[in-house]
Design a protein around this ligand. Sequence first.
Ligand SMILES: [Ca+2]
Ligand SMILES: [Ca+2]
Length: 224
Amino acid sequence: MIIRRMKPRVRACLWLVSVFHIVACVGTTVPVTVAPVDTPQIIHPTTAPQPSPFIQPTPVSDPSIYGNIQIKGAPEFITQTRAALALLEQKDTHAFTKVQTYVGIIEQGEHSGMWAWEFPPRYEVGDVTAFYSVTWYASTIAHDATHSELYARYQAEHPGETVPPEAFSGVEIEKFCNGYQLEVLKRIGAPQAEIDYMSTLDGTHCDVDKDGDCDWDDYQKRDW
Ligand SMILES: [Ca+2]
Ligand SMILES: [Ca+2]
């Protein structure tokens, strides 16, 4: 009797449940759970910059700056120096970090030498060295950064003292820097001829006039 008063669809459903033990009827539209109602969102005003409708021009980076290093010279010197620094960055993280720490300026010059006592330390490079090859040039930057590192370390350990030449230059120091340069050449994939040449150096290459020392006369006579 109660069933009779129900809507025909519900009645049929209850009949199906009782006869076939169907646990649910298709068509029962009463929702089991209440659907979540969207709560109104409070939009706070923001001070963040809004996207500009105009495309901002990409700032043109200065090619004479590479990390902490300023490169001074002709455009082709800057290009070559960037290639050498990029090679170190890609293939030899240790050397790249050292170079970025102990060299502030790489400048095209008459000869190649490290002005470790300047602020910032400056690696002057002759064209013979810079344009010999990118691998060779990169290895010389690492070599001369080692001179600068030795200078800076002595200075840090002996505040107020003049750094003696033997702390960062001379035959023994050259041997040390050559050893490091040889490792760098291997790590950056230098040609075997450059690795072999480096292996033959005994640290006396700085004594150009062969009078037993590495002084200003030798620097002036450098053809690299
Ligand atoms: Ca000499
Ligand atoms: Ca001399």
